[in-house]
Design a binder for this molecule. Structure first.
Ligand code: NDP
Ligand code: GDR
Length: 372
């Protein structure tokens, strides 16, 4: 291992091998889509899971509710700590207390469009937040003991340089979010090289699920399809429907994150499906699940999607959702992860769309019933 500073806080630690056997994970961003699936996975593997949650005036642990209820079955296995990636002292304190054998840094302002409006905040949390967590590991002397996963992203590729995009494709971010994540990517590589930390970047392409936040395009679409089908909404407004994404299921991707931290040596990996689809196709398939066929007419901002049976316009373009700079095409090559991690996505595109629409139909249906 490379030379490092003496830790500021001296913990009484067992050997690295003994330390890892404890299976204690710390997740930043545990309340998010991926955090909730990863928690389920790690608990099923016998980990003690600790999560960092932000203080919020409204309820922000909805995705973890079922795990809290299970607490009685698994005492002392699941703990939440108040914290924030903008607060170094707090991170040091949590690390000293928890002494995790694995850290998954999933916390982020993760919305690309919002990052254009909150560029400095996004840089602070997504970029410097990663540095703060890495430095907290050093501060408490866990450099050799704790393995670190960084939630890197296909947004690093941004402008198309080559396809499919792999671990060797040059980066060209197209948003403040992408630029902040670029810093986080490199600081993770740097701490691995400088201090011999076991630190990995998972360069993950878009992954979705019924737990996806409702302002991301897939979930926005599936919720609107359910609302339109059940008469709660008349039209879905979207931005660039020609953008293409490589969409997988979040459940498959958290499995890949865990595998990255179980290797003999730390490396960076792409997780992707190897397929790309335009937003427009997601719309077609999602409406298809509820028996509505979409016919497209018009061009550019005047384009609209019509219900072929009723002639009703159910999709319109609103330039409000366009981005100052767009990522037009993402298509990942997961060959390295397949080869070295034995990872492969299980859920295909059609099944993903179907699962999300059916889940939203159920949710809207139960709202309708509550109102009646
Ligand atoms: P979400 O937006 O669903 O979750 C983000 C999480 O980060 C939430 O728990 C949120 O807390 C937390 N968070 C936000 N700001 C802070 C902060 N200042 N300090 C601590 N925590 C904070 O994202 P996903 O689960 O979809 O993604 C997980 C990670 O993976 C993110 O880093 C994202 O950028 C990255 N990623 C995601 C991909 C995807 O397709 N989903 C693809 C590639 C990378 P709260 O609930 O309180 O808002
Ligand atoms: P993305 O996801 O930017 O790829 O980032 P998002 O679902 O927001 O956008 C995907 C594409 O759809 C287009 N689009 C719209 N997007 C949104 N949100 N709302 C709309 O109404 C709309 N209409 C069209 C977008 O322009 C874009 O091209 C996600 C996040 O999870 C990041 O955190 C993660 O790093 C990347 O995926 C990989």
């Amino acid at each position: 291992m490379s030379a490092d500073i003496a830790p500021l806080i001296k913990l009484d630690l067992p050997s690295v091998e003994e330390f890892r056997k404890r299976k204690v994970a710390l997740i930043s961003g545990i309340t998010g889509q991926d955090g909730s699936y990863l928690t389920e996975l790690l608990l099923s593997k016998g980990y003690q899971v600790h999560g960092i949650i932000r203080r919020s005036s409204s309820f922000n642990t909805g995705r973890l509710h079922h795990l809290y209820e299970d607490q009685h079955e698994r005492p002392n296995k699941f703990h939440l700590h108040y914290g924030d990636l903008s607060d170094s002292t707090n991170l040091v304190y949590i690390l000293a207390q928890v002494q995790p054998s694995e850290i998954y840094n999933l916390g982020a302002q993760s919305h690309v469009k919002v990052s254009f409006e909150m560029a400095e905040y996004t840089a602070d949390v997504d970029g410097l937040g990663t540095l703060r967590l890495l430095d907290a590991i050093r501060t408490v002397g866990l450099t050799a003991h704790t393995r670190f996963y960084q939630a890197s992203t296909s947004e690093l590729y941004g402008k198309v340089v080559e396809t499919p995009q792999s671990e060797t494709t040059p980066f060209y971010p197209r948003s403040p979010y992408g630029a902040a994540k670029l810093y986080a990517y490199w600081i993770t590589v740097n701490y691995r090289e400088a201090y011999g930390m076991y630190a990995c970047n998972g360069i993950l392409f878009n992954h979705e699920s019924p737990r996806r936040g409702r302002t991301f395009v897939t979930r926005k679409i599936t919720r609107a399809v359910a609302d339109i089908k059940l008469g709660k909404q008349s039209c879905l407004y979207l931005g660039n429907i020609d953008a293409r994404r490589d969409w997988g299921h979040a459940k498959d991707y958290v499995e890949g994150m865990w595998r990255m931290l179980q290797q003999p040596e730390p490396e960076d990996f792409v997780l992707a499906t190897g397929e790309t689809h335009p937003v427009r196709e997601f719309v077609d398939k999602a409406f298809g699940v509820v028996g509505i066929t979409i016919k497209w007419r018009g061009n550019g901002t005047d384009e609209e999607g019509v219900d072929a049976q009723t002639g009703r316009v159910v999709v319109k373009i609103d330039p409000m959702y366009f981005r100052p700079a767009e990522v037009d095409l993402l298509l990942g090559n997961p060959a390295k992860a397949e080869r070295l991690l034995g990872w492969k996505r299980k859920v295909d595109f059609d099944s993903l769309v179907k699962e999300m629409v059916e889940s939203d139909l159920k949710a809207v249906q139960s709202l309708v019933e509550d109102q009646n």
